[in-house]
Design a protein around this ligand. Structure first.
Ligand SMILES: Nc1c(C(=O)O)ncn1[C@@H]1O[C@H](COP(=O)(O)O)[C@@H](O)[C@H]1O
Length: 161
C-alpha cells in the first residue's frame, strides 16, 4: 500500500512527472505510479478513483496535458485530496492544461500546481506536506529540505561575478 498515488494521462507526461517522483524518493516515501486517462481509459479511471480510499491511498497526484480532465474526474470520484499538474503543451504552452485543471466549478477542488516541472516538484512537496500533518518525520524532512534550499540560495549569492 502506498500513501501517495501518482497518475498521468500518458507516458509522454512521465519526463515531467518523474521530477516530482524523484523528490518522493529522496524523502524515502513509497508511492505508486500509473498511466490512467479519463479520455482513453474511462472505466479504469473510475475504478482507480473509487477504490483509492479502500486501497489506503491518502493523496493523489494527477498530471495531464491539453484538455486535462483527468485530475478533475478523479477528484469527482474520491474524497481524497487530488493535486493537479498541468502538462506543458506544444500548441498552447500548457495554458490549456492549466485552465482545464484549475477552473473547477465550486464543489470539487483540485489543488492545481504550476505548469510542467515546477508543478511536478511542488505537487510532490504538497503531497508530502499533507502526509506530514500526521507524520512528524516527514514534516521534519520538509523543514530540512527548505533549510537546504535556503543555504544554497545564500551560497549562490557569494559566487556572482
Ligand atoms: N489530458 C489527457 C487525458 C485526460 O484528461 O483524460 N488523457 C490523456 N491526456 C493528455 O494527452 C496528452 C497527449 O498524450 P499523448 O502524448 O499520449 O498523445 C498528454 O499530456 C496526456 O496527459
Amino acid at each position: 500500500m502506498s500513501a501517495i498515488s501518482v497518475v498521468m494521462g500518458s507516458k509522454s507526461d512521465w519526463p515531467t512527472v518523474k521530477k516530482g517522483c524523484k523528490i518522493l524518493e529522496q524523502f524515502g516515501v513509497d508511492y505508486e505510479k500509473n498511466v490512467i486517462s479519463a479520455h482513453r481509459m474511462p472505466n479504469e479511471m473510475f475504478a482507480f478513483a473509487q477504490n483509492a480510499v479502500e486501497k489506503g491511498t491518502k493523496v493523489i497526484i494527477a498530471c495531464a496535458g491539453g484538455a486535462a480532465h483527468l485530475p478533475g474526474m478523479i477528484a469527482a470520484n474520491t474524497p481524497l485530496p487530488v493535486i493537479g499538474i498541468p502538462g506543458q503543451t506544444k500548441a498552447l504552452g500548457g495554458m490549456d492544461s492549466l485552465l482545464s485543471i484549475v477552473q473547477m466549478p465550486a464543489g470539487i477542488p483540485v489543488a492545481t500546481q504550476a505548469i510542467g516541472v515546477a508543478g511536478a516538484k511542488n505537487a510532490a512537496l504538497l503531497a508530502l506536506q499533507i502526509l506530514g500533518i500526521n507524520d512528524p518525520t516527514i514534516q521534519q524532512q520538509i523543514l530540512d529540505y527548505r533549510k537546504q534550499m535556503h543555504d544554497q540560495s545564500i551560497e549562490s549569492g557569494a559566487h556572482l561575478d
